[in-house]
Design a protein around this ligand. Structure first.
Ligand code: XMP
Length: 519
């Protein structure tokens, strides 16, 4: 990420916790800018001027080992407030001379309850009533470093919130960033505004003009190409770049034939007629279908679709020599994820699809105006750019599209059946005001047929699987708990209206152990 000159910020040192991203998110929700960096990078950091506070994340390491992830001791002499979370707290204690023990007796996973020991600015308006906090640790601090005091304990862990008010160093053994911790946001609020005394300056719409100016200055009179899919990220990118350079933006829409019903035409017309963008539509559906014939292996499908998309897009971009830039909707979590493979120890759960991919092969410079944003922040930006709700609040849709929602062979007939069922399902969710409560919902076709009876006749047709999940970022998810009448109704509607389906099932698995998509 580019450096944020003259911008007061909170630095988050990522020791590899799965939820580090949530720390950044909570802080930005409070109107403060934050950046995540690796422990390696903080070693090299020379300019601390804009840093008003530092947070050490949790992580899988243990300070009881001979080798562990750490930071230079000098960091504590910079007079910048520090907050350690879980491993972060243990690291503070270790570096400053406390004692930490690996202990099966003291380990805590899941919910625990805080007991107040003393007042602290970190727990202002927080410990008045008993709070449940989320724990995930095996090691525990058993002796505090000099000048530290205990602010709160739990039944199994004595030193759960610690402080050194003189040097403004704080630690919490639990995870205030996760929603399982009651009102964890108050801890961050106190750290930011009472301890770091940072001011609220960060809000999304105020970033819009800055982003537009940056694009203008970078592109000058050259041309920019953008793959417009009709999802929220590429749509917001297209609107932003269009505001900056107007006709020098060329949006390409590649019709793979694997989109939802009518979605392609709708997006094309919207961007061409309402937003007056320079959009070029390429119908590549026949070639996609041809290459996918008789392919049922999920990874093979993904490769074929991905590579073909690049080929079609590349061919178009070569038609205009003035194209020097590629605009894409890379988000902040994508950047953190891709960095984590080379930087911090965050375990990679899933490779992201919009980092890397296109640009290396195409020799174009990248424009990624959303690379500092989370998905919900992109939606706020979309709103302020006038993006219609139907796109701004659209559920995520995977690059390979219906290709990975038709399990088994992909044929024109099966695409059509799925499009119809999916369309009925999504429309019903919108009608019943459930759509916005769900992170992602879709219909899929399973590769088996089953027997049914319709009228007095035997049928032997496809099974349609419905999926709906709630999630914060797609990394973990729970299935959505539909009221029974919704499931009854949707099952009837699909079977009565879609020829080729005689059975509807609802997927009741979470992620993990399943994934959101079936392939
Ligand atoms: P899974 O299935 O891994 O999906 O739980 C997590 C999120 O990622 C989306 N997804 C993709 N997005 N290209 C994309 O742009 C892909 O190939 C792809 N595969 C999965 C998925 O829809 C969910 O939101």
């Amino acid at each position: 990420m580019q450096s944020q000159k003259n911008k007061d910020k909170i630095l988050i040192v990522d020791f590899g916790s799965q939820v580090t991203k949530l720390i950044a998110r909570r802080i930005r929700e409070l109107g403060v800018y934050s950046e995540i960096i690796t422990p390696k990078k903080i070693n090299k950091l020379r300019d601390y001027n804009d840093i008003k506070g530092i947070i050490f994340s949790g992580g899988p390491s243990t300070v009881t080992a001979t080798k562990f992830e750490t930071v230079p001791k000098e960091i504590f002499k910079k007079k910048i407030p520090i907050l350690g979370i879980c491993y972060g707290l243990q690291l503070i204690a270790k570096i400053l001379g406390g004692k930490i023990k690996p202990s099966k007796k003291r380990r805590e996973f899941g919910r625990a309850y805080l007991f107040k020991k003393k007042n602290s600015p970190l727990t202002n308006k927080y410990l008045e009533i008993r709070k449940a906090v989320w724990m995930s640790h095996e090691d525990a601090v058993v002796k505090l470093p000099k000048n530290f005091k205990t602010v709160a304990s739990t039944k199994d862990s004595k030193l759960t919130i610690i402080e050194n008010t003189q040097d403004k160093i704080y630690g919490v053994q639990f995870h205030p960033e996760v929603t399982h911790t009651d009102n964890g946001k108050q801890i961050f609020k106190n750290f930011l505004f009472l301890i770091c005394k940072i001011r609220k300056k960060w809000n999304i719409p105020s970033q819009q003009n800055k982003l537009i100016d940056e694009i203008k200055n970078k592109v000058k009179n050259d041309k920019v190409i953008c793959a417009l899919s009709g999802g929220v990220d590429s749509s917001v990118v297209a609107l932003l770049v269009n505001k900056a350079i107007k006709k020098n933006l060329i949006c390409i829409m590649v019709d793979t034939g694997l989109m939802r019903k009518n979605e392609f035409k709708y997006t094309y017309r919207l961007f061409k007629n309402k937003y007056k963008l320079n959009v070029k539509l390429i119908d590549a559906s026949k070639i996609f279908l041809k290459r996918l014939k008789n392919i049922s292996n999920p990874e093979k499908k993904r490769k074929i679709i991905g590579n073909l998309f690049i080929k079609v897009f590349e061919k178009e971009s070569k038609k205009n020599k003035k194209i020097k830039f590629l605009a894409q909707g890379t988000l902040y979590p994508d950047i953190i994820e891709s960095k984590s493979s080379s930087g911090s120890k965050t375990s990679k759960i899933k490779s992201h699809h919009n980092v890397g991919g296109l640009p290396k092969k195409m020799n174009l410079q990248l424009i990624e105006p959303l690379k500092e944003f989370f998905k919900d922040e992109v939606r706020i930006l979309g709103k302020s750019l006038g993006l219609v709700d139907s796109i701004n609040y659209k559920h995520p849709f995977p690059g390979p599209g219906l290709g990975i929602r038709i399990i088994g062979d992909i044929t024109q007939e099966r695409i059509k059946i799925l499009q119809e069922a999916d369309n009925i399902y999504i429309k019903e969710l919108i009608k019943k005001k459930l759509y916005k409560r769900i992170w992602q919902a879709y219909a899929a076709l399973l590769p088996i047929k089953t027997v049914g009876v319709m009228g007095d006749l035997r049928t032997y047709e496809n099974i349609c699987l419905l999926r709906a999940v709630v999630s914060e970022d797609g990394m973990t998810a729970d299935y959505f708990n539909f009221p029974k009448f919704f499931l009854d109704n949707i099952s009837n509607k699909i079977i009565n209206n879609v020829k080729g389906i005689n059975r509807v099932v609802y997927d009741i698995t979470s992620k993990p152990p399943s994934t959101i998509e079936l392939e």
